[in-house]
Design a protein around this ligand. Structure first.
Ligand SMILES: Cc1cc2nc3c(=O)[nH]c(=O)nc-3n(C[C@H](O)[C@H](O)[C@H](O)COP(=O)(O)OP(=O)(O)OC[C@H]3O[C@@H](n4cnc5c(N)ncnc54)[C@H](O)[C@@H]3O)c2cc1C
Length: 286
């Protein structure tokens, strides 16, 4: 097994393209190392991306935020501007594991590990985040929801590395929120989760919305019908009840010892409703 720590993205892509065997990209390692220790994966080459220039930075530009692929989730929580603009994304990233895990893990690793229950992914999907990707055939930028294609599977091709996550500059009166259900208080995988991102007009009416559910299907669900329900409303009780019902209907969850299908459906609706109310308040709605 080979390990490299390239200093540039071009070097990383070049080495991966010229390697015949299995290649694994190493960010925080909180998924990869666990899978290696468990014997589920044995890469021929490990490419540690943490020394690549620019990948460990959060940059605020005129267009929004660029969160490098090697930025640990803990640093998201320490960035006041990011916390203010995208509180739902930051709270989701800061729910992953423990403080120790957050010191290593990344939102890009969370996305590329492609677990249906990944905490930051519904928040990123509801935020309309994009992934900047570099590979042997050049660069491309994709909506984050098009990266995971099923449990443990992504649309990335060999040699492609996600460089950063892009979060756009927010209009005034915007807010987002993420909630998950776990049977314990911490250190557990979401049984089901919901993220809501809203922008209001001057009167507090919802002008645009994105609603995403986690652990409710093989990949995160972007529930467009739910967004339509809340747009044009001030999130009155009847609207919230309809939102919950639409989200429950949209779920296609698994049935296991952590939650039955009926339970997951019910809780998805409840969480969507609560997350919407939090996002609305964060956007300045009353
Ligand atoms: C104790 C513990 C608790 C956890 N709790 C949670 C939790 O509560 N919620 C949750 O969602 N997850 C949890 N996890 C899982 C894990 O911490 C997260 O999925 C984390 O965000 C992964 O990020 P990472 O940087 O460590 O990824 P890594 O392990 O480095 O990589 C994960 C996968 O993504 C690929 N990858 C990484 N970076 C890139 C890139 N730039 N381009 C392309 N592919 C890439 C890797 O090759 C690998 O396949 C937990 C893990 C542990 C060990």
């Amino acid at each position: 097994m080979q390990y490299i720590r390239p200093l540039s993205i071009e070097d990383a892509v070049g080495v991966i393209s010229n390697t015949a065997g299995t290649v694994a990209i190493l960010a925080g390692g909180s998924d990869l190392l666990v899978r290696m220790m468990g014997g589920f994966v044995e890469p021929d080459l490990i490419v540690d991306i943490k020394a690549i220039e620019g990948l460990s930075e959060i940059r605020e530009t005129s267009e929004g935020f660029k969160v490098g692929a090697a930025v640990p989730c803990a640093l998201l929580g320490e960035n006041a501007a990011l916390r203010k603009a995208w509180p739902g994304v930051v709270e989701a990233a800061n729910l992953i594991g423990s403080k120790q895990v957050q010191g290593r893990c990344t939102i890009v690793g969370n996305l590329c590990n492609a677990s249906p229950a990944a905490d930051s992914v519904p928040a990123l999907v509801s935020a309309g985040a994009k992934a900047m990707i570099t590979g042997p055939k050049g660069d491309r930028t994709l909506p984050v929801e098009s990266i995971p294609t099923g449990p443990g599977k992504t649309s990335l091709t060999k040699g492609e590395i996600v460089q950063a996550i892009l979060l756009e500059k927010r209009p005034a009166h915007s807010g987002d929120a993420y909630l998950r259900f776990i049977p314990r208080t911490e250190m557990d995988i979401a049984v089901v989760s919901a993220a809501v991102n809203l922008t209001l007009d001057q009167q507090g009416v919802v002008a645009s919305a994105r609603v995403a559910l986690g652990a409710a299907a093989p990949t995160v669900l972007l529930v467009e019908e739910a967004a339509k329900v809340v747009v044009g409303s001030k999130l009155d009780d009847a609207t919230l009840d309809t939102l919950a019902a639409v989200c429950s209907d949209a779920c296609r969850p698994i049935d296991d010892k952590r939650g039955t299908i009926a339970f997951r459906r019910k809780v998805a609706g409840v969480l969507a409703k609560r997350a919407a109310a939090i996002a609305y308040a964060r956007a300045g709605g009353k």
